[in-house]
Structures are given as structure tokens and as C-alpha cells.
Design a protein around this ligand. Structure first.
Ligand code: KG4
Ligand code: ZN
Length: 453
């Protein structure tokens, strides 16, 4: 595991000399008099912890996210109100480069973070003084990107003498749904994004059981690389969409059974995934089609919608099979009470309607309620970080005083929860077939669309 320790003492000295500039830039230390009808403005008293403040007014948490290619900030209250948020996506620039280049991502975060924090706090009509704590993503993610947010979070904590709340990016994804509706622990959670793929039981704010994960690519990564190879970024509709969203778009016109994909890891009765093989098979189909139709340069294969649909379908079937085993395991071990069968699905790939349709079939079969946050909260954003900050602050978990900021480091890689992968594999759990034919508009060959364990 790589740990990037911040040379905090040195940083603090540097920060002190540059603070006035930074805060003039963000504008967060001044009171915004424009919206003087805000209930928050009337409050001037400062409370140092949630227990001290409880019952007097809602707590106010600023969240900062810079773990990958989105610069996000948001102000969220302990009574679940998003007072203000702002987001800058680097997607278009990375699409032009064919992937995320970390120094470019860092540069873009540095260019935008001041404005994003200022927009979020201005919309919320709060000053630094009004904020009770600052939550910032410290792990996992691109080290260069994480450092930008953490520098700003710590800097503001020092200036305002506010506590800092370090946030695990994936835990934040896993808990966002609790801001939107009353979801009690324990519940099942599936996180599917460009960097992650995991199935877990959320037992508490910082208490997770890891049932399965991808052993190679994350599904979003496989979507992105396949989309790139299909040259979807050259198409009108694909030029401004992420790879996954572009594949979903073109798949709507295609036949999900036109191209064959094998079932990855069919011999492994666990909850782990492998998406690299599916990506490789997609590449083989593309190469064959290019040869067959003598496609060259920036030209596209005519069977593009069918390849998109078949690839997307294979990803969904693979996801569903392992989710099914996770549900059986959870039942065997009484991990989820019968009256709380909830599966939260989040992360960028959870924006995909076909993915959600597939997962909802498995949920129906096992009596689970499927909960997906809206698209803007599934992808990376500042709100989920602020909300995780709210949850931690209320319970006094990981709340670091401004005098102890040097105890906080970033971690590019970070484990998630207690690992149960081996235990599940050893149980050798067999899954029954589930008819997935509802996934098709016209179910031409239902046998191929079954889940077979
Ligand atoms: O959660 P996210 O914003 O960032 C992290 O990776 O943490 O997820 C981004 C990923 C990208 O790989 C993108 O292609 C994928 O989510 N994605 C989708 C869709 N929208 C975004 N994948 C499939 N279908 C979509 N509609
Ligand atoms: Zn994410």
C-alpha cells in the first residue's frame, strides 16, 4: 500500500504565509450578505462538537472531493439538507487525451477547486465561520488529485480552527443513499464505477463486510476502454459522454445477443468479478468486424450498436450472478434482517438503466428493495463527501481537531471493510437459475439470458 505522508509542518508554514490570498480567492471567510434571509446567518455561536450543538441548530459540514477527475464541494446539514454544491468535471479533457493523466488531473483540480468551494459556500450562504467541520476525501484515489483537496481542506480547517474529517471515497458512495431516504444498517451495497467494483454489507458508518470485488478491471474501466476502441468519442452523441454512458446510448439500437461473450469465472463460486476478459473479447469482436468490413482510420464498424448491446449485456449478467450469490450468502449467515432487505447500488456505472434493470430482476427474486441514488449522486460529487462527514461528525468518528492535522495522510490505495472473500469461496455456494429474459425487449433466445451458477 502506498502512503503519501504530507509534510504537514512544512505545509502549515507555507499555508500561514499564503492564507489571506487563498481565502480571498475562495471567498469562504467572508459573510455573504446577498441572501440575508438564510436561517444560518442569524446564528453566530460556535459549537465544538455535535453533542454540544444538538437540539440548538443543525450542524453544517463542508465536503471536498478530488480523488479522481471531478472537483466537487458541497455544504450539507445534519438534518439532510444540501445547502449548496458545485462540481467541475474534467471528463471532456480526459476524453481528448484518451484517459486520465494524473498531472493533468492535478492541474485542473488546482485551477478549479477555489471556485468550486466558493460556489458551494455562496449557494449555501455560509461563511467559513458558519461551518462546523470540513470533510475531505483522503483515500483511495490518484495521489496527485487527493493531495489537492486535502491541502485545501486542511488549509481551511487551520484558518477557521475547524475539525477535519477524513473520508474514504468508497464508504462515501456506500452511504449516500442514507441522506435521501431512511435506510437502516445493515444493508447490502454494490459499488460499480470506473475505479471500483465491490459488493459489501454496510453494518455501520465505518463498518463494512467485503463480500466480493473485481480481481482486475472495474466495470466502468472496461466500458471506457471498449468505448474508446469502438471510437465512440468520435461520434456526435459519444463525444461528450463517458465511455459507459456512450455504450449505453448506442446499445439501445443494438441486439444484446448478436455477439457471444463467455461467462467469466464460471468455475469460481465466489462473489468476485473479472471484467478484463470481457473487454478482451469485445476487442476481438471489434477487430474481426473491422477486418470483415474493411474498416480503417476513424471509420466505425457497422455492427457497433450490436457490439455495445452484447458487451453491456455480458457485463450485466456477470454482475447479477455474483450479486445473487452475495444475497444467498447474506441469508445463510443472517447478515441482513428479512425486514431490511435493501440493495444500494451506486458509483458511475449505476447510472446505466440496463444495469439497473438486470439487478432489479435479482432483487425481486430474493425480496430485496433496490435503491439507486439519482445520477448526480451516483457519480463522484461533493455532496456524498459532505454527507459522510455529517454521519461521522454526528457519531464523533474520525473527527480530527485542527491542532492534529498532521496525523492525517492520503492513501492512494486503501482496503474496504472486513474481507470475507475466502470464506465465501470455501462455502462453494451454488445458485439457482434466474430467468433474465425480461431484460430483452424481444426475448429471442431466453436460454442465453439465464443466470447459471
Ligand atoms: O463513480 P464515478 O463517477 O467515478 C469513479 O470511477 O469513481 O464513475 C465513472 C465511471 C466511468 O467509468 C464511466 O464510464 C461509468 O462510470 N459510467 C457508466 C455510465 N455512466 C458513467 N457506465 C455505464 N453506463 C453508464 N450510463
Ligand atoms: Zn467514485
Amino acid at each position: 500500500m502506498h502512503k503519501y505522508r504530507l509534510a504537514t509542518t512544512k505545509l502549515l508554514n507555507t499555508f500561514h504565509s499564503s492564507l489571506p490570498v487563498i481565502f480571498e480567492e475562495t471567498g469562504v471567510s467572508r459573510i455573504n450578505a446577498k441572501n440575508s434571509n438564510s436561517p444560518i446567518l442569524s446564528r453566530r455561536r460556535h459549537y465544538s462538537s455535535f453533542s454540544e450543538l444538538e437540539g440548538k441548530r443543525p450542524g453544517i459540514i463542508l465536503g471536498i472531493e478530488t480523488s479522481c477527475d471531478d472537483t466537487g464541494a458541497a455544504v450539507v446539514t445534519t438534518d439532510r439538507r444540501v445547502l449548496g454544491e458545485s462540481l467541475h468535471s474534467q471528463l471532456q479533457i480526459h476524453l481528448n487525451h484518451g484517459g486520465i493523466i494524473p498531472p493533468i488531473a492535478r492541474h485542473l483540480h488546482e485551477q478549479n477547486i477555489g471556485r468550486i468551494i466558493r460556489e458551494a459556500t455562496d449557494k449555501a450562504n455560509v461563511s467559513l465561520e458558519d461551518i462546523d467541520a470540513i470533510a475531505t476525501t483522503v483515500k483511495p484515489g490518484l495521489a496527485l488529485s487527493l493531495l489537492v483537496g486535502v491541502k485545501w481542506g486542511k488549509d481551511m480547517c487551520l484558518k477557521g480552527e475547524k475539525p477535519f474529517i477524513p473520508i474514504h471515497h468508497m464508504e462515501a458512495h456506500a452511504l449516500t443513499a442514507r441522506m435521501l431516504e431512511n435506510i437502516n444498517f445493515p444493508y447490502l451495497v454494490l459499488l460499480i464505477s470506473g475505479g471500483h467494483c465491490l459488493l459489501a454489507v454496510a453494518k455501520g458508518i465505518n463498518d463494512f463486510l467485503l463480500l466480493g470485488r473485481s480481481i482486475d478491471d472495474a466495470p466502468g474501466e472496461a466500458f471506457d476502454k471498449t468505448a474508446r476502441r469502438l471510437k465512440l468519442h468520435n461520434m456526435d452523441a459519444g463525444s461528450s459522454l463517458s465511455g459507459g454512458a456512450a455504450i449505453e446510448h448506442y446499445a439501445k439500437q443494438g441486439n444484446p445477443e448478436a455477439f457471444q461473450f463467455p461467462t467469466p469465472m464460471y468455475k469460481y463460486r465466489d462473489c468476485n468479478w473479472s471484467f478484463a476478459g470481457l473487454k478482451f473479447i469485445a476487442l476481438r469482436h471489434i477487430l474481426r468486424e473491422e477486418r470483415k468490413h474493411e474498416v480503417e482510420g476513424s471509420d466505425l464498424v457497422p455492427s457497433l450498436p450490436d457490439i455495445c448491446a452484447s458487451f453491456q449485456h455480458a457485463v450485466v449478467m456477470h454482475l447479477c450472478k455474483k450479486i445473487q450469490r452475495g444475497m444467498i450468502y447474506a441469508e445463510m449467515k443472517n447478515l441482513i434482517p428479512e425486514n431490511n432487505r435493501i440493495l444500494v447500488v451506486s458509483g458511475g456505472v449505476a447510472c446505466n438503466d440496463y444495469v439497473k434493470r438486470g439487478i432489479s430482476i435479482v432483487c425481486e427474486e430474493y425480496g430485496y428493495k433496490l435503491v439507486c441514488p439519482p445520477k448526480n449522486l451516483c457519480t463522484d460529487n461533493g455532496v456524498m463527501i459532505a454527507w459522510n462527514g455529517v454521519e461521522k461528525w454526528r457519531e464523533n468518528i474520525d473527527v480530527v481537531p485542527h491542532t492534529e492535522l498532521d496525523t492525517v495522510d492520503i492513501e492512494a490505495k486503501s482496503p474496504f471493510g472486513t474481507d470475507l472473500q475466502d470464506e465465501i469461496r470455501n462455502l462453494n455456494i451454488k445458485c439457482k437459475r434466474i430467468k433474465m429474459s425480461q431484460l430483452f425487449d424481444s426475448s429471442s433466445n431466453p436460454s442465453q439470458s439465464d443466470i447459471i451458477a
